[in-house]
Design a protein around this ligand. Structure first.
Ligand code: SF4
Ligand code: ZN
Length: 332
């Protein structure tokens, strides 16, 4: 399966270990309702060893191992821009505790650079949630939150995603994080391959509930975006269809109506405009979803006389699959 997924990829975006770091500032609602300034730092390192059929993160990675000292250099550069903020996310398009992606000899430098942040979030596959992760949390000035891709609890779809993770693996990682008082952030897919269109909404909501029951503080719903090659091949076989904006709205509305206690559910807005088919209402609809990310409350749907959004039960056709912008990224 790895060979099949990789054979369908285009070339990577050319990057070197001294690539300029990318930083995104945003606001994030946390359990309890506080809205805090958060910064995401996109670090460049080696590619993830897994080859999930929906993932396009390899596009922004290096071909070899991450050189020693490269990530502290990138973080130092980012911190010059950031100033002091309370939350920082370090996303390296791979697994933070994979020694090939983040050399363990860099841990001390990274820990020093992260002094003063109340919370640090990193992303990691359950297979790398082990001693190094727990030791990093113990030595961190603030608290550690680990972002884990649950993706779906659909039994056959999860097995076919090529993530090499079972639901039991996810549950064990969640339990270990909880035992070490490390926060859990979870990614759940909408538009997951191998799930029928009419079941997408239900499985996304069930997956959100599962993540909440395993202790997730933040659950981010990620609409699957095409463009990695494998998804287009699956689409041709009828195993995947691009998500329509209408479905993303339904999923987020439904997730907020679950009223999960002490859990923030959010919708990933990255490149969400791509899901729209109507230029008249897309901006207002994305703005509505962005506002709901901050309030945690469902808002009235945007009504559009042009496409009928918010005024009819007919779901618009989803957009055709197309390549993402070079800088588009999903997450692990
Ligand atoms: S989704 Fe995560 S685990 Fe899967 S290939 Fe991408 S980075 Fe690796
Ligand atoms: Zn419209």
């Amino acid at each position: 399966m790895d060979g099949w997924v990789r054979s369908l990829r285009r070339s990577k975006v050319a990057r070197s270990a001294d690539w300029s770091v990318e930083v995104v500032h945003e606001q994030e609602r946390r359990p309890g309702g506080d809205v805090l300034d958060a910064t995401t730092v996109f670090l460049t390192g080696t590619e993830c060893p897994f080859s999930c059929v929906f993932c396009d993160l390899w596009q922004q990675t290096l071909s070899g191992h991450t050189p020693l000292g490269s990530l502290p250099r990138q973080l130092r550069e980012a911190l010059r821009e950031i100033g002091q903020r309370s939350l920082i996310k370090l996303y390296n398009a791979s697994n933070f505790f994979d020694p090939a992606a983040v050399p363990p000899a860099d841990d001390v430098s990274l820990l020093r650079l992260l002094e003063g942040f109340a919370q640090v979030t990193v992303e990691c596959h359950p297979r790398f949630v082990e001693d190094r992760c727990f030791s990093f949390a113990d030595r961190l000035d603030g608290t550690l939150e680990v972002a884990v891709g649950l993706e779906t609890i659909h039994p056959t779809a999860l097995a076919r995603l090529n993530k090499k993770m079972t639901l039991a693996d996810f549950d064990a990682a969640a339990s270990a994080l909880r035992a070490h008082e490390i926060g859990l952030r979870v990614f759940v897919l909408l538009g997951c391959p191998f799930i029928a269109d009419e079941e997408q909404l239900a499985w996304t909501l069930r997956s959100v509930e599962h993540a909440a029951a395993r202790g997730a503080a933040v659950i981010s719903i990620i609409p699957v975006r095409g463009g990695n090659g494998a998804l287009e091949s699956l689409a041709a076989d009828g195993d995947w269809r691009p998500v329509a904006l209408d479905l993303a709205e339904e999923a987020f509305d439904g997730a907020l109506r679950l009223k999960l206690a002490d859990v923030v559910v959010q919708l990933d807005l990255w490149d969400l405009e791509r899901l729209a088919t109507c230029s008249h209402c897309v901006e207002a609809r994305v703005n509505r979803l962005g506002a709901m990310n901050l309030t945690g409350l469902p808002a009235s749907r945007v009504a559009c006389a042009s496409c009928g959004a918010g005024t009819t039960r007919d779901r618009p056709r989803p957009p055709e699959a197309r390549s993402p912008k070079p800088e588009a990224r999903s997450r692990s």
